[in-house]
Design a protein around this ligand. Structure first.
Ligand code: UGA
Length: 442
C-alpha cells in the first residue's frame, strides 16, 4: 500500500532542491533537505535562501515556522526519515565536452542507498541523458541493504528561475516515469495537493520521463533560435524582426512565447541541455535526428558576436578606447544567475577588444564581480552610463525599460543605445534624440 502522507527528503538543495523542499513543506509534508555543502545547509536552516528568487524567502520562513521543514548533511538521517527521496542535484556540462556530468547524481545514490533500511521510493528530478535512470536503478538496488524493496522513479522538473514558486505550486503538468503501480501511487501521494488542483499527470516509463525534459528544453531553445535566425535574414534585407515576430505570434498554432528575438538564450539549463541531448543522441546512434540542435546552438552563439558588431558599428568601427555602459549581467531578468549569461559574454568580449566597459545589474552584481573581477562595475544604471559613448541593454530588467531617455541624455557623452533585448520603445528613444539600434531591425 502507498504511504498516506509520505515523509520526503530532498537531496541537493540548490536552485531546484531548495525550492522543491520549501514548497512541499508549505503544502503540508514533513520534509528533510539534504546537502553535502554545510554552509548552504546552515544558511537554509537559519532562514536564508542562498540565491535570488522572488517569493521564496517568505515561504522558507513560513515552512521553518511550521516545524515541517528541517535541513541536514546526514544521509543516515535521510534514510531513516524518508519514504520518498527526491534527487535534485546538479548535472552540469562536463568541462571540455558536450556530455552531461553525472558525478553528483551517482554520488547522491551512492550516499543514500546504504541507508535505505526500509521500503522507499527514490525519485530523480535532475535533468539527465536518457538511459541514466535505468543505470541508476541497477546502482540503487546493488547498494541498498539486502532485502529492502527500493525503487527508482523519474519526475522531471520544469520550473523557471524567477517563477520557481508558482511553477512548483501550480505546474502545467506532472510527469511520472515509473516501473510499478506502487511507485505511481507513492508519487501521487507525494503530490496530492498539486493533483487536487486538477494538474494533468502523464504516467510513463523511465526513459520517456527523462526525454520529456530534454525534449521540452530543446523545443524552447529551437523556438528562440528560429526567431533569431529570422533576425539574421531581416538584417540582410533591412526588414524588421520585431514586426515579424509579432505577426507570427498572432497565429495561435505558433504563439508568442519564447519567440522574443534578441541576444538569445543562456543560463544553467537550455545551453547545456541541448548540447548534452545532441551528444547522447550521437552515442546511441540517432545523432542525425537531433543534429539541428547543433545549429540551434550556433545561431544562439552568433547573436552574442552580432551584438558586439552592432556596438562597433554604432561607434564608427572601433570598440577600443570607447566608454561602454552595459545594462544587465544575469542570464535573464528576475534572477542573479550568471551561468552562460549572454550579457557577460558580450561585456567580456568588448572588454577584451579594449573597450572601457562598466556593468550594472540589479541582482547579479556580486556573482558577476566574483566570476569576472577584470570587469568594472557600477551601483546603478545611470552611474555606469556616466560619460558613456554608448549604452548597451543586455538583460531586460524592468528598471531599464523605465529609464527616461531625457534623464539618461543628461549623463552620457553620446546618445547612442543598443537594445540587445528589444525591450525599449524605439520611437520614444529616437524622438529624444538617441541613435537607437537593435538586432534584426533596420
Ligand atoms: C528553462 C525552462 O524554461 C524551464 O522550463 C526549465 O525547467 C529550466 O530551463 C530547467 O531546465 O531547469 P530557465 O533556464 O529558468 O528555464 O529560463 P527561461 O525562462 O527558459 O529562459 C532561458 C533563456 O532564454 C534566457 O536567457 C532568456 O533570456 C532567453 N529567452 C527566452 C529568449 O532569448 N527569448 C525568449 O523568447 C525567451
Amino acid at each position: 500500500n502507498p504511504t498516506e502522507s509520505p515523509r520526503l527528503t530532498v537531496i541537493g538543495t540548490g536552485y531546484l532542491g531548495a525550492t522543491h523542499a520549501i514548497c512541499m513543506a508549505v503544502l503540508g509534508y514533513e520534509v528533510l533537505g539534504i546537502d553535502v555543502d554545510e554552509r548552504k545547509i546552515a544558511k537554509l536552516a537559519a532562514g536564508e535562501v542562498p540565491f535570488f528568487e522572488p517569493g521564496l524567502p517568505e515561504l522558507l520562513t513560513k515552512a521553518l515556522e511550521s516545524g515541517r521543514l528541517r535541513f541536514s548533511t546526514s544521509f543516515a538521517e535521510a534514510g531513516e526519515f524518508g519514504d520518498v527521496h527526491f534527487i535534485c542535484v546538479g548535472t552540469p556540462q562536463q568541462p571540455g565536452s558536450d556530455a552531461c556530468d553525472l558525478t553528483y547524481v551517482n554520488a547522491a545514490i551512492d550516499s543514500l542507498a546504504p541507508h535505505l533500511a526500509r521500503r522507499a521510493l527514490v525519485v530523480g528530478k535532475s535533468t539527465v541523458p536518457v538511459g541514466t535512470a535505468a543505470e541508476l536503478t541497477e546502482r540503487l538496488q546493488r547498494l541498498a541493504p539486502a532485502g529492502t524493496a527500493v525503487e527508482l522513479a523519474w519526475n522531471p522538473e520544469f520550473l523557471r528561475e524567477g517563477y520557481a514558486v508558482d511553477d512548483t505550486m501550480h505546474p502545467d503538468r506532472l510527469v511520472f516515469g515509473v516501473a510499478s503501480d506502487w511507485a505511481d501511487q507513492q508519487l501521487r501521494a507525494a503530490f496530492r495537493p498539486v493533483l487536487d488542483q486538477g494538474t494533468p499527470v502523464i504516467r510513463t516509463d523511465l526513459a520517456t520521463a527523462e526525454l520529456v525534459k530534454v525534449a521540452a528544453n530543446s523545443f524552447l531553445a529551437t523556438k528562440i533560435s528560429y526567431i533569431n535566425a529570422m533576425a539574421e535574414v531581416c538584417e540582410a534585407v533591412g526588414a524588421d524582426v520585431k514586426d515579424l515576430a509579432d505577426s507570427l505570434a498572432l497565429d495561435d498554432r505558433i504563439g508568442g512565447k519564447f519567440l522574443k528575438p534578441g541576444l538569445g538564450f543562456g543560463g544553467g539549463c537550455l545551453p547545456k541541455d541541448i548540447r548534452a541531448f545532441a551528444h547522447r543522441a550521437e552515442e546511441i546512434g540517432v545523432g542525425q535526428a537531433v543534429s539541428f540542435l547543433r545549429e540551434v546552438d550556433a545561431i544562439n552563439r552568433r547573436r552574442r558576436a552580432r551584438t558586439v558588431d552592432l556596438v562597433r558599428e554604432l561607434l564608427g568601427g572601433q570598440i577600443s578606447g570607447h566608454r561602454i555602459a552595459c545594462w544587465g549581467a544575469a542570464f535573464k531578468p528576475n534572477s542573479d544567475d550568471i551561468r552562460d549569461a549572454p550579457a557577460l559574454d558580450v561585456a567580456r568580449t568588448m572588454h577584451g577588444l579594449g573597450g572601457h566597459v562598466r556593468v550594472y545589474d540589479p541582482a547579479a552584481l556580486d556573482n558577476a564581480r566574483r566570476a569576472f573581477p577584470e570587469l568594472r562595475y557600477g551601483e546603478n544604471a545611470l552611474d555606469v552610463a556616466r560619460d558613456a559613448d554608448v549604452v548597451v541593454l543586455l538583460t531586460e530588467w524592468s528598471e531599464f525599460r523605465e529609464i527616461d531617455p531625457d534623464a539618461l541624455a543628461e549623463v552620457v557623452a553620446h546618445r547612442r543605445i543598443v537594445d540587445g533585448r528589444h525591450a525599449l520603445d524605439a520611437a520614444r528613444w529616437r524622438e529624444a534624440g538617441w541613435e537607437y539600434r537593435a538586432l534584426g531591425r533596420s
